[in-house]
Write a protein that binds this ligand. Structure first.
Ligand code: PLP
Length: 400
């Protein structure tokens, strides 16, 4: 009998993938399911990026590359950080990995020991705690509820820091809530961090370009240069450039950390796909105008979904600054009963019954560490979103 490793036994399977599988299963049975579980833009990768990839193939750029990225991409990344974030990095401070997820995993593997703590504001992207757990470290979840717009406060951060804290994870705009930190809010967190020089910051800026209503985006090393030497500023092309399948993520930080991440990669994945790297050079150096157009489309969808969910009985949905998610609280539905007689005891049952009764797939809040709530991804057409909102309202009205 196969004995699995302790590391894998410590880890939970991904709830977001489980929901997609369940929705797909119902679809296969011919049921008209609306999936609001997706974690990717519905837009296509822009043509100039696809063409750069085709050219890379034709030019024979199809061999091994330096383990943590080609110099051309590292230079494009340095230029991006300078242009968009006012941050100066040298190519030797840059890591390119096969996706944003491996960037974080490589950083954790390179730095975490058993007993180390990773502070993770909740609700959080499902993979942060599990990646810390694989590495033998302890995730420390800090609840950040809807009445604080799902954001970490300086006091809560201060209270969570111990001598064992290794990393603080920031994710702005956030998956699953869409909440993004203003410059002033980052300032408040930075002031706490300055008092605790042993704490490193991993800022996951994946959704940087998806912000609305003129929100001004800042990343923490830009707000407080005193944190530059202990911050890993992470980003990627997956969400901004609709390139989830290409698998390119990147980060910049102190050379010692970047070197250790390279060592991890050199004995595991080796380099990210050469063709995808050339496509990413074009993504970062090419025209950027479409980012604003797409953000405008997402903003309209956000407004539609937030208004529709707030009109549903028992739901309360804050208006987030960015990403393509909203995170309504379903506290008002807990304790009620469906027409079939199922008691809604928690958000997992809420989401299960919503899928069964109204054929709308969402991800329950417990998966993201803050209940009772659920995540809605609005990366789909307005027609579909209008129908989804109607079904959710109908489901909520049917609860007694
Ligand atoms: N970070 C956040 C907050 C995400 O939502 C995701 C994807 O869902 C990632 C990182 C991973 O991105 P990638 O697909 O590039 O690995």
């Amino acid at each position: 009998v196969l004995q699995l490793s302790e590391a894998v036994n410590r880890v939970q399977p991904s709830a977001t993938i489980a929901v997609s599988n369940k929705a797909m299963e119902l679809k296969r049975q011919g049921i008209d399911v609306i999936g609001l579980g997706a974690g990717e833009p519905d837009f296509d990768t822009p043509d100039n990026i696809k063409e750069a990839a085709i050219k890379a193939i034709q030019d024979g750029k199809t061999k091994y590359t330096p383990v943590d990225g080609i110099p051309e991409l590292k230079e494009a990344i340095c230029a991006k950080f300078e242009r968009e974030n006012g941050l100066s990095y040298k190519p030797s401070q840059v890591n390119v990995s096969p996706g944003g997820k491996p960037v974080i995993f490589n950083a954790f593997l390179a730095t975490l020991n058993p007993g180390d703590e990773v502070i993770i504001p909740a609700p959080y992207w499902v993979s942060y705690p599990e990646m810390a757990i694989i590495c033998g470290a302890t995730p420390v979840s800090v609840a950040c509820g809807p009445n604080q717009n799902y954001k970490l406060t300086p006091d809560a951060l201060e209270a969570a820091i111990t001598p064992n804290t290794k990393w603080l994870i920031l994710n702005s705009p956030s998956n699953p809530t869409g909440a993004a930190y203003s410059k002033a809010e980052l300032r408040g967190l930075a002031d706490v961090l300055l008092r605790h020089p042993h704490v490193w910051v991993l800022t996951d800026d994946m959704y940087e370009h998806l912000v609305y209503d003129g929100f001004e985006y800042y990343t923490i090393a830009q707000v407080e240069p005193g944190l530059y030497d202990r911050t890993l500023t992470m980003n990627g092309v997956s969400k901004a450039y609709a390139m989830t399948g290409w698998r390119i993520g990147y980060a910049a930080g102190p050379e010692k950390l970047i070197g250790a991440m390279r060592k991890v990669m050199s004995q595991s994945t080796s380099n990210p796909c050469s063709i995808a790297q050339w496509a990413s050079v074009e993504a970062l150096n090419g025209p950027q105008d479409f980012l604003k157009e797409r953000a405008e489309a997402f903003k309209q969808r956000r407004d539609l979904v937030v208004a529709g969910l707030n009109a549903a009985e028992g739901l309360h949905c804050p208006t987030p600054e960015g990403a393509f998610y909203v995170y309504p609280s379903c506290a008002g539905a807990i304790g009620k009963t469906t027409p079939k007689g199922v008691l809604i005891e928690n958000d997992e049952i809420f989401a299960t019954e919503l899928l069964q009764d109204a054929n709308v797939a969402v991800v329950f809040g417990a998966a993201f560490g803050l209940s009772p709530a659920f995540r809605v991804s609005y990366a789909t057409s307005t027609d579909v979103l209008e129908e989804a909102v109607k079904r959710i309202q109908g489901f909520c009205a049917s609860l007694k």
